[in-house]
Design a protein around this ligand. Structure first.
Ligand SMILES: C[S@@+](CC[C@H](N)C(=O)[O-])C[C@H]1O[C@@H](n2cnc3c(N)ncnc32)[C@H](O)[C@@H]1O
Length: 271
């Protein structure tokens, strides 16, 4: 029994906290329940573009997502991924995180802070075509490196000889959404090794807003939508290299099928 500030008494004797803790110790490894999914790592080809969340709930969450901030800096993350990333970072303990799409630098700062809190020695490399929005708090950090450059010229932004020297494990996050197959081929060839992760952000087709010119909507007044163009782009890469990667259901399906902005987007290298 415990007493709250309001004077109400909660009866929590129905919960055996000792048993719950013992169960977690037996079945968890690096913060991840080992028996949650019978088949955790599944081929890309077995996945569909469906989601357990309703369209209505995603619309409401998308509205709130516009106002997410970290340490006072605007950050483009949904609540599901704000839970999933720290678990992933703890489990993988990456020596290197590469983020494509720095925006304000908030997400790089958040990941660097999270890794430091977990006492994981790591370096976050975050790139953007325009670093002018990056906040001073993030710029001053020795464990974050910002690089300005164009993912359309990925070999210049990340020369192979530089990638070959990066410490592993590595987590690569694609949140820039350009030259997708070209970028993934480059990192596949020069950076990603067995056990490394590729997080493909914003595969969810239901986001408001358009990518590129939407000619068919011109003048109709129709609300444009992100759509499944990113999924179609990434399939170009996974048709070639599907055998080398597995979708990690622990993260994609943590809160229900693809209950994340990154539908089928937590991918581990290794057959
Ligand atoms: C969705 S935002 C990134 C959000 C950030 N990662 C976060 O979680 O808060 C996408 C970023 O990609 C950048 N970007 C767009 N085209 C790019 C390109 N060709 N090369 C590199 N970055 C690009 C944009 O400038 C923008 O800041």
């Amino acid at each position: 029994m415990n007493e709250t500030n309001s004077g109400h008494v909660h009866d929590d004797t129905h919960t055996d906290y000792h048993a719950a803790k013992a169960m977690a110790e037996a079945r968890m490894q690096r913060g991840v329940w080992q028996d949650r999914f019978a088949e955790r790592f599944v081929p890309f080809a077995s996945r569909t573009m469906d989601c357990g969340l309703s369209r209505q709930s995603v619309d409401a969450i998308a509205e709130g997502k516009n106002y997410v901030s970290y340490r006072g800096i605007g950050m483009a993350k949904d609540p599901f991924d704000m839970v999933l990333y720290p678990i992933l970072l703890h489990e993988v303990a990456p020596a290197t995180v590469i983020e494509l799409g720095a925006y304000t630098g908030a997400s790089a700062l958040w990941m660097a802070d999270t890794l430091a809190t977990m006492e994981i020695k790591s370096r976050v490399i975050s790139v953007d075509i325009d670093l002018s929005l990056v906040d001073e708090k993030a710029k001053g950090r020795s464990d974050i490196e910002f690089r300005e450059g164009d993912c359309n010229a990925i070999e210049e932004l990340f020369p192979p000889e530089m990638l070959h020297q990066l410490p592993h494990p590595l987590v690569l996050i694609d949140d820039a959404h350009v030259n997708i197959a070209g970028v993934y081929r480059h990192f596949h060839e020069h950076a990603l090794r067995e056990g490394d992760y590729l997080v493909i952000e914003d595969t969810i087709p239901w986001m408001p807003g358009a990518f590129g010119p939407i000619n068919e909507d011109a003048g109709t007044g129709q609300v444009t939508e992100w759509g499944d163009w990113k999924w179609r782009e990434i399939l170009k890469f996974f048709r070639e290299h599907g055998d080398d990667y597995r979708v990690d259901r622990y993260y994609t399906d943590f809160f229900g099928l693809n209950a994340t902005w990154n539908w089928n987007g937590f991918v581990r290298r290794g057959g």
